[in-house]
Design a protein around this ligand. Sequence first.
Ligand code: FAD
Length: 439
Amino acid sequence: MIPLNIIVENELCTGCGVCVSECQSAKAKMSWSNTGFLTPSFEQEPSDKDKAAMLLVCPFNSSPAEEIEDEERIADIFLSEAPNYDGKVGRFYSSFVGYAKNFRNTSSSGGLATFIFQQLLEQKIVDHLFVVQEVAGTYQYQLISNEVDVSNFSKTRYIPVTMADLFLKINDLDGKVAVSGVACFIKAIRLKQHYNPDLREKIPFLVGIICGGLKSRFFTDFLVQKAGIYGDYSRQDYRIKDLSSTALDYSFGAFDQQGKHHTIKMKTVGDMWGTGLFKSHACDLCTDVLTELADISLGDAWLDGYREDGAGNSVIVTRSAVAEALIREGLQKELLHLDEVDHTLIVKSQQASYRHRQDGIAFRAKVFKRFGKRLPKLRLMKSKKISLSYAMVQLQRLVVRRNSLKFWEDSPSIIRFDKKMKPSLFVLKVLTKIHHKLK
Ligand SMILES: Cc1cc2nc3c(=O)[nH]c(=O)nc-3n(C[C@H](O)[C@H](O)[C@H](O)COP(=O)(O)OP(=O)(O)OC[C@H]3O[C@@H](n4cnc5c(N)ncnc54)[C@H](O)[C@@H]3O)c2cc1C
């Protein structure tokens, strides 16, 4: 199979799979890469026409048309009715923090995603959902139709998944579809809708899952070993809540081949998010913290006054009239327990993500350019000039990210991996400490 060179070779693919449906000439499919990501591959070299079509729907295209060149322009097309705008939040109606009473305990955060999907089906706004669900012990996007127990597919899964199937099936599907996705997946759907306007009606609602970076499959393999499973595993749960503790104090769990359940507290395995371990390179070139192009954006309420509650709370940003109505109705019917908050509080809940992704983007872009890496069309935020100490932290995070993928690929065993990672993680820790001191 031949990879889609420009994007895949420059590690700019996050595996959304939307490009696969644009390739008529070469039987495209999504396959696992050596570093544990899903990327497109082809039985033969695609035609030039197909290559161009695939790039048009790629969220990491380096030369998109001007009218869709960044999140702001795309939001102008799809979310123009939203009355409010903020440079960090995007276009929006309202913002809230809280939970869905019926789904909180069985969900990752406050159960808002599950609530929204239930309402979309119940109110017949859509006929199908395209969401991530267990399939044979692992997780994949699945098309789900009416009359389902929506809590069967609650919880977010931090293993690579792809939407490739959706656009291969959608033309034969009767009815409308709602989709959940992280920012780059939602952007890819918007691009596909832009070039195929029929799909705007067919996919009338997008649930945005706020994302701090996509992880390689190695992340799951690593956690499984940390939990004490050294063979095949299944039905991993990335967010097991501890109702007697705080929201941050959650566990990872999975089943071994004998069906025994193993768990490990995430706080014992080290910082998995701030370090960049097992992260996709493309995520270091994404500035969309709050899934700005979805109808509704949902994340974790990492905020004082909420994070103390181990049952979990969601942050919510409504961006379309339908999303706004669903939330207001949920409040009226007392299905939701929410505080309406200023949008700056939502920004505060993702402070670390803004710092890394938006403040650091211009510096990282310069570094990648120097190393001859191709860049997507970047939205260079009004980025502050970063300090020397933060630049050092940024550089070391790139080293940690690259090392983690290489070392796990070379020797997928936690003992060898931890030993090999120790020096670069130590340097990152020291540089971060120095940076915080100087700040
Ligand atoms: C890779 C990743 C990184 C994240 N990083 C952050 C972060 O930095 N900050 C933050 O606040 N929140 C982050 N989240 C989101 C957070 O973990 C919660 O998922 C979110 O708050 C929704 O919780 P909920 O209780 O409303 O969802 P639930 O009610 O539990 O429902 C989750 C829904 O998401 C769908 N789903 C599951 N996995 C995926 C997936 N991989 N892609 C698309 N849809 C999926 C499920 O089918 C389900 O419908 C991240 C999630 C992922 C997958």
